[in-house]
Design a protein around this ligand. Sequence first.
Ligand code: SF4
Ligand code: SF4
Length: 380
Amino acid sequence: MPATVAVVRCETYDESVVFEAVGRGLELLGGAGRFVRGGESIMLKPNLLVGATPDKVVNTHPAVFSAVAKHLQATGAQLSWGDSPGFGNALAAARKVGIAQVAEALGITYADFAEGRQVSFPEGELIKQFVIASAVLDADGLVTLPKLKTHALTRMTGAVKNQFGCIPGMLKGEFHMRMPDIERFAQMLVDLNRLLRPRLAVMDGVIGMEGNGPRGGDPRHVGVIMISDDLVAIDAAACRVMNLDAGLVGTITHGEQWGLGSASDITFVGDDIDEFVVSDYDVNRSRQATTDSGKPKGTLAKRLIVPRPVIDPAKCTACGTCVSVCPVTPKAVDWKGGKGVPPVHDYARCIRCYCCQELCPERAIDVRVPPLGRLLHRPA
Ligand code: SF4
Ligand code: SF4
């Protein structure tokens, strides 16, 4: 099916500017009423990774959340919002971001994603059963609000990946354990989205994150908001903006293959997407896999070739977040010299899920290719 992506210039997070840009994007697609109807209960799912102020560009900006919410409320839809961040409490994180205050001011109910229900999904190509936050299942529809960011595991994090937060808390770690290679992890995300079928995605690309994303990267001004009901297409559009080959992103290739959406047949409406391409966007464009793509865990090859998380002791404050979030038992990053000194990775146990890198609050963990991997994948 051909997809349509609305591309709208938005240079700042000034509330009225963002409101107008989102309104224009929705109109280009036929209006908000095409996606939600009066009286329906709609769940808003921002990208809420951790509690961080908007200048850190880790989360969906509250101005984007506010603009989408106001346009959807104008249709008469009843809104709630929720997420299950990688670490800590969603409401406390949202208060730091500013989303909680916006939601309260607009009368949008907070939905706790801690409780989930098992859902059978026989149509799943890979996963036939998920546990999904009950609040998501109880809503009539889901609207997802991804942020334009880089990601160590999936190269970029966008609309498809954002639904991982609909899986309650610790269960996310289980998926990393069951699917340590990137292709299967991406396939799981595609099945998850085929089950949840978000009605609409509004991507915050006003200021994106580049480099050591999704938490420890740097802000990069892009000046765009993109809107689509096709999540594969909007992620492919994000790749174009980042000057990243969409064929390297598993959620896009498998998403197209399994009928979630279209990456190859996209009609762009609104502003010219090529005006927003940042040719030197700092993103992983290497053809080298970020994980071991199905090789047995603990192989020598994996240890010597696949990119690994590395702690910078000069930046590490020994907070212990990486140890807490590591899904492996026994932990693949742990206190070896006692608490108070940086933890140490055990690369033989590490499954390369990069949760530690994703959630380190001090940007102290980098993902680096080991010397042999660099040698094998050097450009011809
Ligand atoms: S999460 Fe980061 S700062 Fe905290 S102990 Fe781990 S490496 Fe150090
Ligand atoms: S050490 Fe980091 S990358 Fe390795 S398994 Fe644990 S959280 Fe994942």
